[in-house]
Ligand binder design. Sequence first.
Ligand code: BGC
Length: 836
Amino acid sequence: MNSLDDRDHWVGLLSPDDRGDHGPHTGWCWVYKGYDPAEEPLREALCTLGNGRFATRGALPEAAPHAEHHYPGTYAAGLYNRLTSYVAGRDVENEDMVNLPDWLPLRFRPLSDDADDTTGEESGDWPWMSPDTCEVSDYRQTLDLRAGTLLREMLLRDRRGRALRVYQTRFVHMGDPQYAALRTEFRAEGWSGTLEVESAIEGDVTNSGVARYRALDGRHLTDHRTGHTDDGLLWLTCRTRHSDVHVAVAARTAVIAPEGTGPEYRARERDVAQTVRLDLADGVPVAVEKTVTLHTTHDPAISDPLDACLHGLRTAPELDDLLVDHHAAWERLWQRAELHVPGLAGCILRLHLFHVLQTLSPHTASLDVGVPARGLHGEAYRGHVFWDEVFVLPYLNLHFPEVSRGLLMYRHRRLGRAVESAAEAGHRGAMYPWQSGSDGREETQTLHLNPRSGRWLPDHSRLQHHVGSAIVYNVWRYGRTTGDQSFLHGPGAEMALQVARFWGDFAEWDADRSAYRLRGVVGPDEYHEAYPDADRPGIDDNAYTNVTAAWALSFALELYHELPEPRRGELAEKLALSPGELEGWKDISHRLYVPWHRGVIDQFEGYGRLAELDWEGYREKYGDIARLDRLLEAEGDSVNNYQASKQADVLMLGYLFPPDQLAALFERLGHRLDPDTWRRTVDHYLARTSGGSTLSSLVHAWVTARTHRAQAWRFSREALVSDVADLQGGTTPEGIHLGAMAGTLDLVQRGLTGLEATGQVLHLDPAPLPFLSHFDLSVTFRGHWGVRLSLEGGRLRVTVPDSAQRSLPLQINGHRVHITPGETHTLQLPQPHEDV
Ligand code: BGC
């Protein structure tokens, strides 16, 4: 049993005084010791390897197909398929990121060809060796973050007592993203004989990794073809049933001395395999190297995926050389992104960075893909793209701006579809979908299953129109950080103006209140989908939605006016923008209604009048109440009746905007948001939020770092361990939480440094927390690569690397300094006020 997988263990380890390394998880290595089948799903997700183009879960190559506890999954970024299933008496359509043929299988067993075999069984009946079928010892699984490899080591003993030591290395190539590879070394201990090794490509795969989706059709692949070439390459092709994407996987399996006999090939309808027999001598290692290529008709510069796969293998370097290139590619990424924080927190942050970069790497920049909420690590949320990029792009902007731009272009290519969706709903402008997949239509399910009650329920989360403002926010932040005018004035302006037009049209004038209102929406807190006993879905005037819409309107206007005249004229003509419409936006941006209740911002109109929940009672009754919505529904009640939120909603405003900007935004809307009022608002919602999303603790950590420092550690810790300890109880095995992972990196990078980019100036407003008061990171800003920020002992050092660039203007605590490339500026920070 691996105690490091235990959640209490994690929480205990991460103490505020943590400064050292911890057990096996140190520095660059993430290590699991011992084998526990029940822990496999979590390890598979956390040991996924990928390169931004495709990723493969850390499943066991030797496990039997479809075995319990194992879920091999390979997913290509942006590769979706749509299927219709019949559930709860109706047809429902879902688009899923497709689980592709499994390239991992590599099975092995000793043959019973020795004289002392007295069992009389046929060799063919011997079970394949695996930790599930053998006695297992010395089991160790290491994710080497620096090298981007997953290493396994184990000693297996079969029922005849034959001991086999296995060392395995795998990688998904970060340099040339068509490749993946698996190197396995076998060593017989105390015997000599024949080892049969089968290397296969398994095409009989479905999407069945998420238990609550299993009533839905998961068979996305069809028209399988398999075979092998004269030069010994295995191949498998198939296509997706609806989106008709053709997929090919090919493998070359080589035996490194001593040679054995074989290979023999077996091609079946949906899988293909080759078998070799190796003569093992006691204690002498034999290695089998499997090199794999994967191509689809989605790839850029592709003709036929199978040709591309075979060509890739025939021109592939030896596995060792592939590995060298792979390491070098990772080294380049670490140089652009590394973040040093001491202790276990630093180790977890590095793991988060690793998974962010495996999902969204520089290869992603040239693909037509968005930010999948659960990475390429599992099937939860079907690989869909939500608003989570608002937690991811701010981090990427400062390291890989080309990736941010690529992700924003995913949205721009779907602008037309968002305009159509708005028109279908009777509105003008762009209504971006809450869940987006291949073509930008709304992919949010219409029904969802409450696993607690077993009931299929209507799902109204598609009313989260605030996603449009988040996209504009990402355009703004990207533009402001990178100064990329061609994007800002090109696709960026088009998206901002179309989203502004949507809000301009969606807003209703309420003469009684002398204000504009946004009615019938759902806010980031997904719990509240309707008023108690209402006959229509949606709530009115979600404060977050209204304030961010006002901001999006004002930014769109600002951007419009700053456009070079010819471009402004072009857009005015293309979008038929009239001065009257622009005036209307300005008016709305000043007069959108913000609800208040007893001196704090009200989450939405009427929220403060809902019943209070008996939080203690529910905690006592159920322990974990993160999914309060499901608990209450199963009791025949509804979370709509209570002042209880799933996740940060109003407080998201404090995540998006620094305090002075937020106060200015409220002032524009006619409200005074002074620090006391904000603090009271923070208290109010911290007490009424169940934390049903990993994004919640992240936002709470961010906000409390500046308002309630004593509480900030609890939230930071929760955000840090949410995936490694699977805090949401079983959700991480279904895919990592990419927003929370990237968000924790950004918590250090921007949250604690107060880093804001305006024009050419880098602003810093540090608020280090006692337990995160020592860090070292570098950012790329306006042509300055690798600007280093180091905080230690209350001193902040900013180093601008040598270059031909002009000096970097830095504004910190009210002072402006210009740092010449090649120089360092050191600043003693004032003692922070303790919990004011
Ligand atoms: C959260 C959303 C988030 C989604 C995908 C949901 O549980 O409520 O805010 O976008 O997960 O991560």
